[in-house]
Design a protein around this ligand. Structure first.
Ligand code: THU
Length: 130
């Protein structure tokens, strides 16, 4: 799948965002090794701390379908700037794919690409639990 197609999937997921409090819809599309794609959108709550981010929802969607072999993530917001995954989502993604490719797309169709280990250097991981 092309980068643009994956970003398109994220934009489609953004359309389902439940974001009445921030009015900041986010969509995410997570591609797995076999080419399957699992999407997510942010799901807000009137108890604001209960809000779920689009990226973490996409991870939950993939894992609940038996997929943890993530290769690429597209995140889409409708603003004019690039919006990066929050720290908590970086940690959630790191659990499964420390070198995940992350595409960040914006409304005008431009996008930038990173790897998770650039956005989350020296992560806490399971090898540190001993
Ligand atoms: N949000 C995400 O979905 N992903 C992020 O990585 C950052 C923030 C959502 C949460 C909330 O619904 C809205 O964006 C504003 O913070």
């Amino acid at each position: 799948m092309t980068d643009r197609k994956l970003l398109e999937r994220a934009a489609e997921a953004m359309a389902n965002a439940y974001a009445p409090y921030s009015r900041f819809p986010v969509g995410a599309a997570l591609e797995c090794e076999d080419g399957s794609v699992f999407t997510g959108c942010n799901v807000e709550n009137c108890a604001l701390g209960c809000t779920m981010c689009a990226e973490s929802v996409a991870v939950g969607n993939a894992v609940s379908h038996g997929h943890t072999d993530f290769v690429r993530l597209a995140v889409f917001t409708r603003g004019t700037g690039y919006r990066y995954p929050c720290g908590e989502c970086r940690q959630v993604l790191n659990e499964f794919a420390p070198n995940l490719e992350i595409l960040i797309g914006r409304a005008d169709g431009r996008y930038v690409s990173y790897h998770l280990d650039d956005l989350l250097p020296n992560p806490f991981n399971s090898s540190q639990l001993e």
